[in-house]
Design a protein around this ligand. Sequence first.
Ligand code: PBG
Length: 326
Amino acid sequence: MSTFPNRRLRRLRKSEKIRELVQETRLSVKDFICPVFIQEDLKEPVNIDSMPGIERFPIEKVNEEVGRISDLGIPAIMLFGLPSSKDDAGSSAYDENGIVQRAITEIRKNFGEKIAIMADVCLCQYTKSGHCGIIKDQKIDNDSSIETLANIAVSQAKVGVDVVSPSAMMDGQVMSIRKGLDDAGFSDVAIMSHSAKHRSAFYSPFRSAAECAPQFGDRKTYQVPFSNAREAMREVEMDVNEGADIIMIKPALAYLDLIAESKKRFNVPVSAYSVSGEYSLVKGAAKQGWIQENDVITEILYSIKRAGADMIVTYFAKSGAEILNE
Ligand code: PBG
């Protein structure tokens, strides 16, 4: 029999309305950033085999896709480009007529401020090596790479990007980009840095989506080892000190501890990138009929929010929005 006080947690689980009142974490369409792949020299959208339900779009179709995203109430997109040519300098990444630059121009012209335009700032889709930096003497050269990253950011700022999102994991990339933007008169363009981007096996579906797999070696000399939480916090701290407006933990689901820790330690917005492998695992299991897809998507997105993410870059943005809008 019960003694006083009679502790019963089930009192607050009794009915739907009471459960709603005591709900601690809320998930909203407004939390989502939707990735968009745009490919040069494409006529029609193509499905990405490794990421069922995700497509690459030609520039002519980008406004249709952004319209669908915007109509769902999603506030932001994250652009990734697939150029038709790659070279050692990654020059198609900062070409004023590059695929991402043209997409930004189109979207801005059509949508004004109706959607926030974010763009990836990296080299791996644009270099022959498939690495996120410039190669010198068979090595990834940090300091020439961060100059190039700044050039990419400035080229995107010129056509109206709102937020640049460096994902190369070069040291000093945020500082170099901030300085480049400020010197070019773009002090109002924000930086959302992939601060603690881990060397993760969860990226492989993306690498076939974006054709950016490294042609030799791997990304161990620049991405954070998944075993090192304190090193991840040093990455975040450096980015905050270099002027990052928003920091990011990537991937999300296997790194919830780092999302929670960043939220506690730093007073900047925390974003989480739920990466391609997180998406494809769910899609693959759902296709087999092993899980309830929508319930799993909902639970994953809530967990990322509960850990402390203020926003989530996710391939579930559109389906998550549909679930939430139901
Ligand atoms: C490369 C980049 C990668 C992702 C985003 N930008 C892949 C990598 O580092 O190999 C992965 C995103 C995903 O898996 O969804 N700059």
